[in-house]
Design a binder for this molecule. Sequence first.
Ligand code: DC
Length: 230
Amino acid sequence: MSTKINIAIDGYSSCGKGTLAKALAHHFNYLFVDSGAMYRAVTWAIQKEKIELTKIDKVSDLLSRINIRFVYSEQDKFYQTYINDQNLEKEIRSMEVSRYVSEVSAIKEVRDFLVNQQQQIGLHKGVVMDGRDIGTVVFPDAELKIFMTARPEVRAQRRHHEIVSRGDTHTSYNDVLSNLTERDSMDSSRSISPLKPASDALVLDNSEMTREQQLTIAIDWVNDIIKNLS
Ligand code: DC
């Protein structure tokens, strides 16, 4: 059996991290973990219980009651996000959650709780995880760290297209663009684990690249690393 590595993919909102991460996981038969979905799931739960973000005791109590899981859907051929027994895959992608998630993900207690779960998942290697702090905090020893970026207009176009194709015709391109630039700025400037490339990350700007081109580059990176390890 070939050596398995952990792959950390970080970068700005909507620059295709998930798409590349899923394709890499599929290619190498690795586990794909969308860490943003975990922050979104906590945000959804906080909103549902109408917890004020300044009430840290209430946030901690909520965290002690929720179990975030990824369950494979044969029908959709990908992992869906659950809290306890409730499938929240659709709810966590709403604009309501998107508007609030950066604030929730700046809370230390939330980050400690989720980083711990993410690190447990990575113990056995063979994981592709995408997020904002995977190469810097969650897996600082990941054998491959990719930092993805693309021009904001390109990212907003892609995310808007995705939202419309899910049947939401109320969200405009401008709403999406302003939400993602605002999130970029909050994610990069927060005091705990701000979004930034790890010093040893390989940068991938995919503004002008097809999905296939990105995947080919990343597969070559992985194969080079595995060759050097074995
Ligand atoms: O990847 P995404 O857009 O679904 O992530 C949603 C939010 O979660 C993002 O605005 C920042 C936060 N996040 C984070 O702080 N750390 C991570 N590892 C992943 C996401």
